[in-house]
Design a protein around this ligand. Structure first.
Ligand code: A3P
Length: 296
């Protein structure tokens, strides 16, 4: 029991201003030194913004909609998580990447300023997905309940404050979405929104396809849209994170594929919380004009 406890609910350690899981912080120099190949693709998000969904779309696009090919392994094996480090013997993201040939689909939650410079020096394509703050926070709250490697979320009222103060793993949502937004032209980053993907998945799949310089048939695009619906991905053992069983991900507390909707925040924020959050949001986001929508 004691040893089990030691392995879980890792504390956060601040690296260059950003709180990260202690094992990531301890290995940060190795992560920072990672040198990607120019053909590698980076998929960057604040946690719970639609990473897994985007990874699945990209993998299917790269495999011309071949669903069997995309069931060759679970998401984190097909598309390694750059900065993840866990106690041995669990392989790190860097271990997995080392064993793969480029082009690789690399996932990261690092804020822009912590992304290894090699990605920009090598002009790697980068897809950033952003999700409105309130839904993003609700999703993160449930994830922190079920993911036993993350700090305890504590009660919802306190969680809202931690989110607003940027005290959760990978730091401030506000700085994260802004960091990539201001760099998107200079670094040729495709900046997507979860809400737009929900509203018109086909349009967004086609946008990603063009960004990857691919041209697939209408039928294949339709198939990809179908295979990456919330329902299909929830049922697919290679995309629903059933590969990470309890006690690490306790899907009985909250499944990884939880709801997949826009506007679930209304079931969590009281009117007072929402007002307080909106006022603070206005202040924090006043220097940028990012077209977020919290309903569709
Ligand atoms: P909810 O907790 O709101 O349901 P990430 O992959 O970045 O960890 O994000 C996980 C969130 O994306 C979860 O949100 C999950 O349900 C949602 N999600 C995953 N696949 C999806 C899909 N195909 N369509 C819509 N939402 C999806």
């Amino acid at each position: 029991q004691k040893a089990g406890k030691l392995l879980f609910r890792f504390p956060l350690v601040t690296v260059r201003g950003t709180p990260l899981m202690c094992h990531i912080a301890d290995n940060f120099e190795k992560i920072w030194a990672f040198n990607p190949h120019p053909s590698d693709l980076l998929i960057a998000t604040y946690p719970k913004a639609g990473t897994t969904w985007t990874q699945e779309i990209v993998d299917l696009l790269l495999h011309n909609g071949d669903s069997e090919a995309c069931k060759r392994a679970p998401t984190p094996v097909r598309s390694p998580f750059l900065e993840i480090f866990s106690p041995k013997p669990i392989p790190s993201g860097l271990d997995l990447l080392e064993k793969m040939d480029p082009p690789r689909m690399i996932k990261t939650h690092l804020p822009f300023h912590l992304v290894p410079l090699g990605f920009w020096e090598n002009k790697c394509k980068t897809i950033y997905v952003a999700r409105n703050a309130k839904d993003n926070m609700v999703s993160y709250f449930h994830f922190d309940r079920m993911n036993q490697t993350q700090p305890e979320p504590g009660p919802w009222e306190c969680y809202v404050n931690k989110f607003m103060q940027g005290e959760l793993g990978w730091g401030s949502w506000y700085d994260h979405v802004k960091g990539y937004w201001v760099e998107k032209e200079e670094r040729n980053i495709l900046y997507l929104f979860y809400e737009e993907m929900k509203e018109n998945p086909r349009r967004e799949v086609e946008r990603i396809m063009r960004y990857l310089d691919l041209s697939l048939s209408d039928d294949v695009i339709s198939r990809i849209v179908e295979l990456t619906s919330f329902k299909s991905m929830k049922e697919n053992p290679m995309s629903n994170y059933s590969c990470v069983p309890a006690p690490v991900f306790d899907h009985t507390i909250s499944p990884f594929m939880r709801k997949g909707e826009v506007g679930d925040w209304r079931n969590y924020f009281s009117p007072e919380q929402s007002k307080m959050f909106d006022e603070d949001y206005k202040e924090k986001m006043k220097d940028v004009d990012i077209p977020f929508r919290d309903s569709i």
